[in-house]
Structure formats: structure tokens, C-alpha cells
Ligand binder design. Structure first.
Ligand code: AHG
Ligand code: MN
Ligand code: MN
Length: 331
């Protein structure tokens, strides 16, 4: 059988299930092209002069790495001319980016984290790009308010992972599909048609250095995991923390586990580190579509009504059994 490329997969899905309108397909193909280009620059590393930082800070007050800026520009340039978008928003831009007048305006909104895991760029550890697609409800020019839609209204979401392989993982609300980049033909080929998170797990991901700042429910939950076989969970757990959410979530989609970046007491202005609109929401959509759950402690991430483009949220996601337990500890 010939290989199932991304283009063919999306066209056949539309034919069979009528769930991927052609302009949404073309939009996603544009995103995939941008991810290939970002992946190329990532792979160049020191040879491409892409390592290190700029002098600039983004709206989050974080120093921008060169690749944060390069990736943001690639995402903008690859997606603004296609005619499928009304506006874009990014971790690296304070304000939304309406489609310039010289291009036709489409009916979708694209949000993205152009380069996730920035602290891993210079040390050659896996990083990624995360994206989320919403519909633009009104015909007029979009504003920031147009983006303020809960995550359950996403029509597509996904990420590209730049690791030993370049993987594109997607959902349109009908399961989760993974495509691997064939570096010879430079096309994405379907390699997993239905990613499914195992319900139970013995692996967790959290930045343990923040332990003293956590709230009691998370303290209790992690204490019980660490207690292992002789503790209340009666089994030994293993820990992994890559520091690139894309990579940690990809591991969970592949072999299960739970990921936490909880609320902590370090900084009253930051109720969590991760951003709702372009990190938590797309990942929560993927995780739920793969049979897992995603909460902020008490509430389903996808039901949170956003009030700000760059708002932060505590995140707990992954295997159902673990997330359910976390929810009960927070109740
Ligand atoms: P970004 O590089 O887009 O700012 O995101 C980094 C995020 C996420 O990818 C990761 O899970 C987390 O920050 C790591 O945070 P710590 O360095 O606090 O562990
Ligand atoms: Mn990120
Ligand atoms: Mn980022």
C-alpha cells in the first residue's frame, strides 16, 4: 500500500467523515509546512547561527531565544497569506496579529507557541511547536475579545515535536493522529492513526524543585507516588521531566503518565506557569481525544472561559486514573 501522507489523510477524512472542511485542511497544511521549516532551522543548530538569545523580552518578561523569534516569524509568514485566517496570536507577540489588508481574510483564528521548551534549544534536547485553531465567530475585524473562547470550541489542535524524529500530532476532535516526517521526501506520513493514553500508569512528570511552593493536594499526591510500593498506592512510580511540555506530553500520549505544572505560591501574579490559550488548551484537547483528562486541579481545562490572551493556568493532564485522583484531592 502506498504511504498515507498528511494531504491524502486529510482529504480522505473529509470524504469519509465530512469533518475537515477544505479551508481548515489547507490551514493545517500551512501550519505543517511552517513546522517543517522550523524543524529545519532547529536541526541546523550552531551551523545555522540559531542558538543563543536575543536582547529582547517577550510579553511574559522572558528573554527571547533567537529560535523563539525565528519560529514566530516562520509561523506568521507561512500562515498569513493563505486566506483561511482572520487573525493569529502567539506567545511571542503581546497583541493579536490581524491578517494584513493585502490578503483575503478567512474564518479561522490560529494561536501558537512557536517554540516550546526554549531552555532546551541550546543543549540539543527535544523542543516543539504547539498550535490551536478556533473559529472566528463574527464577520468584522477580529479583536482580542474574538479569541476569548473556551478550549472546547477548538476545531483543531496539535504540535510538532523536533526530536530524534520530527513528529506532527493532530486532532480535529475525532481521535489523535501522529505523522512522522520522512526526511527524504520531506512529507509527513501517517504513523499512528489513533493514539490512546493507557488509563493507568506508573510514571509522573513534575518539576520537583518547586515542591516547597505547592499546595496541599499536590503535596499529598506526589508524596504518595514517591512512597512507592510500601505507600498508599502500593506500587513504585518513575519520574521524568524534560522541561519541554511538547516532549513530556508526547511521552504521555505514547506510553501513559501524568504531567503537572500546578499552581504554586512563588509569584501571586502567576497562577501557574503554562499559558491557557496556546499551551494548555491544545494539549488538553489532544489528551482528551486520546482518552485522558486535563484539569487545573478542580476544573476541566477545556471549560475555562479565558479573559486574557496570555493568561496562565495550573495544568494536570494525562492518564484518567491519575487525573481523577488529583481532582478528588482538590475537591
Ligand atoms: P516555553 O519554552 O514556550 O516558554 O515553555 C516552557 C514551558 C514548558 O514547555 C515546560 O513544561 C515548562 O515551561 C518548564 O518549566 P520549568 O523550567 O519551570 O521546569
Ligand atoms: Mn511553551
Ligand atoms: Mn515558547
Amino acid at each position: 500500500m502506498s504511504r498515507m501522507t498528511l494531504t491524502r489523510y486529510l482529504i480522505e477524512q473529509q470524504r469519509e467523515n465530512d469533518n475537515i472542511p477544505s479551508d481548515l485542511r489547507l490551514l493545517i497544511e500551512g501550519v505543517a509546512r511552517a513546522c517543517k521549516e522550523i524543524g529545519h532551522h532547529v536541526g541546523q543548530g550552531a551551523l545555522g547561527g540559531v542558538l543563543g538569545s536575543n536582547e529582547t523580552e517577550n510579553v511574559q518578561g522572558e528573554t527571547q531565544k533567537k529560535l523563539d523569534v525565528i519560529s514566530n516569524e516562520i509561523m506568521l509568514e507561512a500562515n498569513e497569506w493563505g486566506g483561511h485566517l482572520a487573525a493569529l496570536a502567539s506567545e511571542e507577540m503581546e497583541l493579536i496579529h490581524p491578517i494584513p489588508d493585502r490578503y483575503p481574510r478567512g474564518k479561522y483564528l490560529l494561536l501558537f507557541d512557536p517554540l516550546d521548551g526554549s531552555s532546551n534549544i541550546d543543549v540539543n534536547v527535544s523542543i516543539g511547536t504547539i498550535f490551536s485553531v478556533l473559529e472566528c465567530p463574527d464577520a468584522g475585524p477580529p479583536t482580542e475579545a474574538t479569541f476569548m473562547q473556551a478550549g472546547h470550541r477548538q476545531v483543531a489542535a496539535g504540535y510538532a515535536l523536533y526530536g530524534p524524529q520530527i513528529t506532527l500530532v493532530l486532532t480535529f476532535g475525532n481521535g489523535v493522529q501522529a505523522f512522522t516526517l520522512d526526511r527524504e521526501t520531506f512529507s509527513f506520513v501517517l504513523t499512528n492513526e489513533r493514539m490512546q493514553i493507557p488509563e493507568a500508569t506508573a510514571e509522573f512528570a513534575i518539576n520537583m524543585s518547586n515542591q516547597r511552593h505547592w499546595q496541599p493536594p499536590v503535596q499529598r499526591y506526589i508524596d504518595e507516588l514517591i512512597a512507592g510500593k510500601t505507600g498508599p498506592r502500593h506500587k513504585d512510580y518513575n519520574m521524568r521531566w524534560v522541561g519541554s511540555m511538547v516532549t513530556d506530553v508526547h511521552r504521555i500520549l505514547t506510553r501513559g503518565g501524568v504531567f503537572l505544572y500546578p499552581f504554586d505560591t512563588r509569584d501571586a501574579t502567576k497562577p501557574g506557569k503554562l499559558r491557557l490559550m496556546y499551551e494548555a488548551n491544545p494539549m488538553a484537547f489532544l489528551v482528551e481525544q486520546a482518552g485522558g483528562e486535563a484539569i487545573d486541579g478542580k476544573v476541566r481545562i477545556l471549560d475555562i472561559q479565558p479573559s486574557q490572551l496570555h493568561q496562565r493556568v495550573p495544568v494536570m493532564l494525562g492518564s484518567k486514573e491519575e487525573v481523577e485522583r488529583l481532582k478528588s484531592y482538590h475537591a
